[in-house]
Ligand binder design. Structure first.
Ligand SMILES: NC(=O)c1ccc[n+]([C@@H]2O[C@H](COP(=O)([O-])OP(=O)(O)OC[C@H]3O[C@@H](n4cnc5c(N)ncnc54)[C@H](O)[C@@H]3O)[C@@H](O)[C@H]2O)c1
Length: 381
């Protein structure tokens, strides 16, 4: 079998998750790896059992590499995705697609002109019960959406000694909690409800106005191991916590809260969608079950089980009920759909996976949320 050869760029937290997910697909081989310098690329390639380490420029010259996964800090997504498309490679880019709308717009148009496969890793859509909720809504089982409540809470930036490139706007962009985790939440809410957010009203808070920056580099989520003498004080301008009111195109309303300073909440995305027939509630830290609320009968609990869900949700399930699936499975299921397109050689007309256009949409909502916080008033999307 001729496998599709892939190069992965960046091996911090999410790069290895891409590699593992790709290795679970029968038609794909992770053939090449790229890092910030060739020495680190060699070291990581050895550790991860990948044959060919490259600099980014050399990776693009490899004719047998068909697809590139961009898993680097946000400020590199635009230049690296652009260069990869121009080199004729299919691209899977991490979120956010770019640092601002102009960059994202250019990438969307470049990708469209090229016909190449383009995807943004909004993998949380691929929790099977997220697809079940979307499908139930499409089949009319939820009814009209009355209201939405969403939250995405983490604690990895809880202490002022917690530090990461995401705290620096030149590497991450002008928004942090909203761009980093709010983008997943806004994406999945529009995906499930089918609604468009038409106006936002945001209120941000920076809990730690000064943080202690490590004087040596650390990888994401590993900052807990440093000692006090290893830090320097830096001012922080991006949000630790944000509340946003939402207005949807059906006239109804929603609200979201995101925080990276909620002790004990490691990576919890929760949503509750109330419709004219039922209410759905789901929590990403217990992703194998969802709550279905009924006014005139018993409330229900649906377990992720291929025999109990709609066919559309079954298509992103690999294991029987009770054999729990989680975060790593979401990327595998997403890449399975992406690589069906890569195998066909071009972006399909109606991709089932999140595209650069979806990445653009999330940046648009994010920019309007930032503007609303600045103006302390409603802003249209
Ligand atoms: N979809 C998700 O669930 C999810 C989860 C985590 C992170 N992310 C996204 O993934 C991206 C990376 O996040 P992370 O947490 O893995 O960050 P990280 O800091 O842990 O890793 C970034 C990696 O990129 C490498 N890198 C830096 N500059 C480079 C360059 N010029 N060329 C090649 N490699 C370079 C770094 O050395 C590091 O290995 C971010 O954009 C983030 O938003 C998405």
């Amino acid at each position: 079998m001729n496998k599709i050869k892939v190069g992965v760029v960046g091996t911090g937290f999410i790069g290895p998750a891409h590699v593992e997910a790709l290795r679970r697909l029968p038609n794909v081989e992770v053939a090449a790896l790229c890092e910030v310098n060739i020495d680190l690329a060699r070291q990581k390639a050895e550790q991860m059992g990948i044959e060919r380490p490259y600099t980014f420029e050399d990776l693009l010259k490899q004719e047998d590499i068909s697809c590139i996964h961009i898993c680097t800090p946000n400020f590199l997504h635009y230049s690296q995705s652009k260069a990869a498309l121009e080199a004729g490679k299919h691209v899977v880019c991490e979120k956010p697609l770019a640092k601002d709308l102009h960059e994202a717009k250019e990438l969307v148009s470049l990708a469209a002109k090229s016909g190449l496969v383009n995807a943004v890793h909004f993998n949380l859509r691929y929790y099977p019960l997220a697809r079940q909720m979307k499908t139930m809504r499409e089949k009319g089982e939820l009814g009209e959406v009355y209201s939405v409540i969403g939250s995405y809470l983490q604690d990895w930036l809880f202490y002022d000694t917690d530090y990461n490139w995401r705290l620096e706007p030149d590497k991450s962009g002008n928004s942090r909690a909203i761009a980093d985790i709010g983008s997943h939440l806004m994406d999945i809410l529009e995906y499930i409800t089918g609604l468009k957010t038409v106006a936002v009203m945001a209120d941000f808070n920076t809990i730690h106005k000064t943080r202690k920056k490590p004087l040596k580099p650390v990888e994401t989520y590993s900052g807990k191991m440093l000692r006090p003498e290893d830090y320097a004080d830096v001012p922080i301008n991006t949000e630790d916590h944000a509340n946003v009111l939402l207005r949807f195109d059906n006239g109804n309303r929603g609200v979201i809260t995101v925080s990276q300073v909620s002790a004990g909440r490691k990576n919890q995305m929760k949503l509750e969608i109330a419709g004219s027939k039922k209410t759905f509630a789901w929590n990403s830290e217990a992703p194998n079950e969802m709550w279905i609320g009924n006014r005139d009968g018993y409330n229900e609990s649906l377990m992720r089980d291929p025999s109990l869900v709609h066919a559309e949700a079954r298509s992103v399930i690999s294991f029987p009920g009770g054999h729990n699936e989680g975060f790593p499975d979401t990327s595998k299921q997403m890449f399975r759909e992406v690589y069906a397109a890569v195998e066909a050689g071009r972006q399909p007309e109606k991709p089932t996976y999140p595209t650069f256009a979806d990445g653009y949409r999330e940046l648009l909502i994010c920019e309007r949320i930032l503007e609303s916080n600045r103006r302390q008033g409603w802003v249209e999307v």
